[in-house]
Design a binder for this molecule. Structure first.
Ligand SMILES: Cc1ncc(COP(=O)(O)O)c(C=O)c1O
Length: 464
């Protein structure tokens, strides 16, 4: 059939070869740490508008190859390349050859994962990949419940909706009006603000969020602080609903005392969600699991493979043993979806579902759990390197209980130093606020980062 008759370009080997060339060049530049990728033009509005004006979206007229080259130029020069070895900022995607191949196959074959009969192979890959990760990381998981999400925000949204479903039988019919008193969700003051968005979207509102501050020097949430807050809330007539434990806070990498939170929460019938959006990768190693002890008993566990161990967006993963709850929550009927409730669309937020698990499966099929575990160990060792470097050089750092490779430096003029290091193209770091103070934050988020990269950036940051 002639694809052009439908107004669709027919594929040519040349265009696909050009695409492969563009992708290979970009990934090679990332792998080699090409310094040009560290100095993108992010604030050049005029230049950006000029670039965009070169193409008319009214008349079109570019060949696909020309349009592709235009896009590659724009993306190369006007994106922050978070997979670069010297990108030492917040946890973000690190595209790899494997994840790019997975994304390309998912796009070209585009299996629809809403219904089992239409994509049995792609569904089996998602199930097997998540099953292998859950078992290696000792996560709470039922293979028919755990699933890929767009990210930790969607995972948290699902978890809290499950908590509401479990807490009040009338929730599915009456929504939040089915609750006799206001539900409360507990989290550390350092928890990610996606919780605030979820509370609003679920109809709970800001007043349902209890952002707790413990008295510990490292600030992480502990059992005594949680127990005190719950007991006070009960006296005030609230309904304690769920605890969101953070394993790897966004700023400092702090890890809440998960086992204590499980203990306190369970005794009072609360849902326990672990937000390990970027810390989840550490659960592949014994050391990481020890630091997150208690996570295996959680009701739900969120981990983004696009934050660690190096993948492209959007590879969120929600692990949970609560299949029956998901079926109750999302099990709506639609006449055109034959066989209805047996399918994935009836156990997840998404209806149409992309084959996100494909790239996870490819990563495991090529590296295996052993390969990933070895990478995870090296990642944690970079944290030891950061801490030892600062101790040796006498640089004051924030007190945290993080085992991850993230460190907060107390150096004068933090914003100026960050600007200088970025401007010189030495590395990409940021400032952050923690314990009422501004720090320079250095974190390893790309699997490409080496000790030499860290040494160069720390030296540039602290000299002079
Ligand atoms: C600890 C933590 N939780 C949740 C999120 C939100 O994850 P996502 O962007 O995948 O929804 C982030 C960062 O983005 C995070 O650092």
């Amino acid at each position: 059939m002639d694809g052009k008759s439908l107004g669709i370009l027919s594929p040519t080997e040349d265009s696909l070869a050009l695409l492969a060339q563009h992708i290979a060049r970009h990934l090679q530049k990332l792998d080699s740490g090409d310094p040009r990728l560290l100095k993108p033009s992010l604030n050049d509005d005029q230049g950006l508008r000029r670039l965009l004006r070169e193409v008319s979206l009214e008349t079109g007229g570019l060949t696909l190859d020309e349009a592709m080259t235009q896009v590659v130029h724009g993306l190369t020069t006007r994106s922050l390349h978070t997979g670069h070895p010297r990108h030492l900022g917040y946890a973000n995607p690190s595209p790899s050859l494997v994840s790019t191949v997975g994304d390309a196959l998912a796009a070209a074959f585009d299996p629809q994962l809403a219904m089992s009969p239409s994509a049995p192979f792609a569904l089996a890959l998602e199930r097997d990949a998540l099953g292998a990760l859950a078992s290696a990381a000792q996560l709470p998981s039922d293979p028919d419940a755990s699933h890929c999400t767009t990210g930790a925000s969607e995972s948290l949204f699902t978890a809290l909706a499950m908590a509401l479903t479990r807490a009040e039988p009338r929730y599915l019919d009456e929504g939040i009006l089915g609750f006799a008193s206001r539900p409360r969700v507990y989290a550390s003051h350092a928890a990610h603000r996606s919780l605030a968005k979820c509370l609003r979207m679920l109809g709970l509102g800001d007043r349902s969020g209890a952002w707790l501050r413990s008295t510990r020097a490292d600030g992480v949430l502990d059992g005594a602080t949680l127990a005190h807050a719950i007991d006070e809330d009960i006296r005030s007539g609230f309904l304690p609903l769920a605890v969101v434990a953070t394993a790897g806070s966004t700023e400092s990498g702090g890890i809440d005392k998960i086992d204590e939170l499980v203990h306190v929460g369970r005794a009072r019938g609360l849902w326990l969600h672990v937000d390990a959006a970027w810390g989840g990768g550490a659960a592949l190693s014994q050391r990481g699991r020890d630091a997150m002890f208690g996570a295996h008993q959680a009701d739900s566990f969120a981990w983004d493979a696009h934050k660690w161990p190096g993948n492209s967006l959007a590879t969120g993963m929600l692990f949970t043993p609560h299949r029956e709850l998901l079926q109750r929550l999302f099990g709506v009927q639609a006449a055109y979806m034959a066989g209805g409730l047996a399918h994935r669309f009836a156990t997840t937020v998404q209806w149409s579902r992309r084959a996100t698990g494909l790239k996870l499966w490819l990563m495991l099929a090529t590296e295996g759990i052993d390969g990933l575990r070895a990478r995870c160990d090296k990642w944690l060792e970079l944290g030891d390197f950061l801490r030892a470097w600062c101790e040796r050089e006498g640089v004051e750092v924030a007190e945290t209980n993080s085992v991850f490779p993230v460190i907060l430096l107390a150096i004068d003029n933090p914003a100026g130093r960050v600007r200088r290091v970025r401007h010189q193209g030495i590395g990409w770091v940021s400032t952050c606020e923690f314990q009422s103070r501004t720090w320079v934050r250095v974190a390893v988020t790309s699997p490409r980062t080496t000790r030499e990269d860290l040494d160069a950036v720390l030296a540039a940051l602290t000299r002079g």
